[in-house]
Design a protein around this ligand. Structure first.
Ligand code: 5GP
Length: 176
């Protein structure tokens, strides 16, 4: 049991179990893209630990870069405009694997994919460490899933609760 700010959490997925699953996701990706060049795009901040661990097991010719979703007040009356910060690679004709920490409603990944599509990549696949199927209502289901989890808040292994808890080496679930 641990305390992060005002909330109590308990271990949900231990460090070793995460590492085993991350290794096997990498093996699956290595096999599926054998002989191809892949650009991995990790979504900050939450995926930094996952991205670091999975990339150590990727044996493909590959690149990695990091993006962040942000939204700002546009000039149109339509309100907020989404943008991807850090997408410097030219993705035209490239095979892309997005590395996400968690897909919940799917709204974020849908926005990321639609902004990325402007660059006309050859293929975009999604690899998410965690996936909440009961909350999902998006267009793009992850192609590679570490763990499908119930609809409860988790922290650790990169995921935060009000920016705290990202450093925890296991995944913890909120205790109600
Ligand atoms: P979406 O609902 O768009 O799929 O997810 C939006 C964002 O909410 C995720 O990228 C993640 O930052 C955050 N999120 C969703 N569920 C959780 C959770 O259980 N724990 C943490 N720490 N963040 C979450």
């Amino acid at each position: 049991m641990i305390q992060v700010l005002d909330k109590t959490f308990e271990v949900f997925i231990g460090r070793e179990e995460i590492q085993k699953r991350v290794d096997s996701l990498a093996e699956q990706i290595n096999a599926d893209f054998n002989g191809e060049e892949v650009i991995f795009i990790a979504v900050l901040n939450g995926s930094f630990m996952f991205a670091s661990d999975i990339m150590k097991c990727i044996s493909l010719e590959s690149e990695i870069s990091f993006i962040k979703m942000s939204s700002y007040q546009g000039t149109e009356s339509s309100g907020r405009v989404d943008e991807l910060i850090g997408l410097n690679n030219n993705l035209k004709g490239k095979t892309v694997v997005i590395l996400e920490d968690i897909i919940d409603t799917g709204i974020t990944i849908d926005k990321i994919i639609s902004l990325m599509d402007d660059q006309h990549p050859k293929m975009v696949k999604i690899c998410s460490l965690l996936y909440k199927p009961d909350a999902f209502k998006g267009q793009h289901k992850p192609d590679y899933i570490g763990f499908s989890i119930p609809n409860a808040f988790v922290v650790g292994y990169g995921l935060d609760y009000n920016e705290k808890g990202r450093n925890l080496d296991a995944i913890y679930q909120i205790k109600i």
